[in-house]
Write a new protein. Sequence first.
Length: 346
Amino acid sequence: MLEDTIARLFAPPKGILAMDGSPATLDKRLAARGIEATEANRRRYRELLLTTPDIERYISGAIFHEETLRQTLSDGTPFAEAARARGILVGLKVDQGLAPSPFNPKEEVTRGLGGLRERLQEAKQRWGIRFAKWRGVYRIDLEEGLPTPEDIFIDSVELAQYARVCVEEGIVPMVEPEVLMDGVHSIEESARVHREVWSEVVTQLTAREVPLSTVILKASMVVAGSEFPGGPASSQTVAVETVSALTDTLPPELGGVAFLSGGQTSEYATANLNEIAKRGPHQWPVSFSFARALHAPVMERWGGNDAFWEEAQEVFLHRAQMAALARLGRYSEQCERVPENPECAV
Ligand code: 13P
């Protein structure tokens, strides 16, 4: 059952839509584009995404925030039902955000283990959720010595504890240890931290006897810090660093790897995924689970004005098609510009 969910989520050429931004995060993004930050606008924006015609050609699953489970489309259909009707599996973000670490105020740990089992049971029974995401965050700051070994340990233990509860409840855990791109660090430094983090996550999952074949790793890509003086690395370099760190730290039985975009531009994240795919086949299915790289330009186009509703949906369909091509290793600048070209068909 869990392996079946993973097979559906990774069915080529599809990937997973992350639309689980918390109300606070989504409000910030809406306000930054001059859109009033209200629950009504969060709901409209999510409706725009989920009702995009043909999106199920490229999207196999969608991660919701719990607010979305309670919301409905304009016609009264609950979001979860609308997704399922289109063959899109429903996932839920179950962590409850970040709080300062008790050991080091410069680091953050994730909250949400309390009441987790009951929340999973209810969401599964009521809304049919098939997978659940938990995000741990690791910030690189060489001067401050971050991330500390304690932070890596605590976040990994939490990820493993939540994953264990998910598996016991028949829900696929989507384990997301995000190494942030913010900072001045080099790609080599990012690779070192990713290796430490992924190794510790695997160690803690194994210690809690979580079958790795039932786990999706939602991975950040190994990229240079956004303020690195040398600028971004080439997609070829990102792919070499990412694939070698993954291969060295993850066991072959892992269910799959789905990448987040982490603040990369849409084109850069897509080109990086493409290079990673071209270095395959890998030991695990590899796909995408982007939020910003799939839909930041969608919000930009919509701007809160429904006169641009269809145009915004076209932007979304285009980004999803490009991501799907990239997971097959067939993305190109040519397809970016002329997606109707026969060689860009997915
Ligand atoms: P980004 O692709 O914008 O990083 O979002 C993915 C996600 O789910 C973050 O938790």
